[in-house]
Design a binder for this molecule. Sequence first.
Ligand SMILES: [Zn+2]
Ligand SMILES: [Zn+2]
Length: 154
Amino acid sequence: MDRSHRVDISGLLAGGRQLMVIADEVPIEPFEGIAFPDPVRVALELREADRMLAVEGTVDARVHGPCDACLEDVDLEVHVDVDERLDPSRGRDDDPFGESNVLTGQRLDVADLAQQAVLSTLPMGLRCKEDCLGLCGICGANRNMGECSCDRAQ
Ligand SMILES: [Zn+2]
Ligand SMILES: [Zn+2]
């Protein structure tokens, strides 16, 4: 992962700076079959709030990959409103799967944060459409294209 997308938040947490603005384009590695063809656009404001790191802003990404149900290619624009409180005292070293795992020490991993924000909007994985019918379990035909003649009642 590109180290240049780690932001040092120690000054912010020390109270030296009131607000830190991140406006960046972050390349993100493919993850679980989902590719990010363009760098993800990140616009975030960071501030310290009661010993927590408040992260607010937006993440915009184009995602590409196969529909989980019918395997057709899906191209999707994803917009995420980010509004999180991260606990700098519980970073990745303490809690690898917690919400604050995008923090390592006093560094915020913007690429990780953007990736998690995008994936959190795809709880079912990629879908070509909400009511995708998927593939026939018998002949493998794409049922969105019309029903095959298989008897799936068996
Ligand atoms: Zn589909
Ligand atoms: Zn069939």
